[in-house]
Design a binder for this molecule. Sequence first.
Ligand SMILES: Nc1ncnc2c1ncn2[C@@H]1O[C@H](COP(=O)(O)OP(=O)(O)OP(=O)(O)O)[C@@H](O)[C@H]1O
Length: 475
Amino acid sequence: MDLPPSKSWSIHTRREIISKYQILDHVGSGAYSDVYRARRLSDNLTVALKEVHDYQSAFREIEALQTLQNCPNVVVLHEYFSAEDEDAVLVLEYLPTDLSDVIREAKRGEWKDQGLRTGEIKRWMVQILCGVDACHRNSIVHRDLKPTNLLISADGVLKLADFGQARILLAPGYFAIGENSQSHEQRSPNDAIVANPPETNPSTDSADDEGQVIQAEPLRKEEARGLSDELREGDFLDEGDKESNIPDGDVSCLATCTASDMEEDPFKNYAYEAEEDENEGLGPLTSCVGTRWFRAPELLYGSTTYGTEIDLWSLGCIFAELLSLEPLFPGTSDIDQLGRIISVLGNLSKEVWPGCRELPDYKTISFGEVENPIGLESCLPNRSTDEILLVKKLLCFHPANRATAMELLQDKYLTEEPLPVPTSELRIPSKHSDQDEGSPVEWGDYRAFDSDSDFDDFGPVDVTKTNEGFSIRFS
Ligand SMILES: Nc1ncnc2c1ncn2[C@@H]1O[C@H](COP(=O)(O)OP(=O)(O)OP(=O)(O)O)[C@@H](O)[C@H]1O
């Protein structure tokens, strides 16, 4: 049931907006935004108004969406409002649900034959790949791909959304958001910028050899499984939080790696950010992007010169989750995240990625030798060889070895029987707007799990000083 709209929302003070839109309800919020469902007065179209509280995030989202406006698998930007000293407001097509809802619904077994049918999984994958392919052809790296950012229309069309962290790697001519309060109707599309994504060129600024070294133990098979189960069951949560706050790593590093964390962090050399210069299309990039569970190893090791391949890693994690209905690497800290990856895939060494030693934090974080990696097969039980192979093509340590979205669209798994079902045959979960936003059970279970530091949510950690620095063991 829709509650009467609150008049206290700041968006109601924006005359230029309420003269064109009737605000219906508040449908969600992110690290930098509040999103409202609204009705366009001129034609009754339902839209989403995204009020973005961060200038850079708004700028990035508008720029990326304008570039991608003709892509059927990217959310449509109808127009945007910008004003000096006011948050930008993006008028987006309204999409009632997302892929995390699909996964959750399938997992609950409320759908007749339990889980997702192979043809459905394939159709979701094809739509995601089309959206990502469009981004990468335009040299746009999304940097925060995850199921909650893959929104879905009532008729089953999946669209990439939340481009607040996106970067255009080859700048197609930056534009500034207008200084005066005004609306900006969607412009005609830019010519597609077709360019090869830049080679991932690991920084030569390797970690200071004299610096502190974090030696982390990757989880053993049983530990990894135990911890995953614990996380899934929410054993460590307060009773009241169990359903609502299942930690999903849905924590943007941008939101959690604060300067004060770094200052208080005894392992100062572990993580750092590069200042991103918006005017430099190919300047250093921050490694603090994305959501931990979907973050590529080069980001976790502090790379600032990565490319579109970081999105391909995220895709591997998302596809694995579609296949198993469980998050693949549900890390509780960045180091735990790396530990989980290494436990499954094996050690990151120069044999699998010759350039890995150049990663800024490679020498700072070292893991014990994993002799028997768990393997993706164990993480995806009951899935076919082709399905596992598809995920393996994305989850390669060496970014250059990851299959591109275009290559995967031609993969035999997606082109052979059973074929992807038509979108009209996809089962769509009930709408966001049908849910009671006040209920944390409905709104919180795949969303924000907050943490101020990389270590505070990690559980027992045994730190000992060694000749080289510190050794950390997680128990
Ligand atoms: N076009 C849309 N239609 C319907 N709901 C939307 C739309 N865009 C966003 N939302 C809702 O608003 C929430 C926040 O939006 P979004 O993720 O884009 O914000 P953000 O501040 O960039 O988030 P994050 O913290 O993930 O970076 C989403 O989880 C979704 O529920």
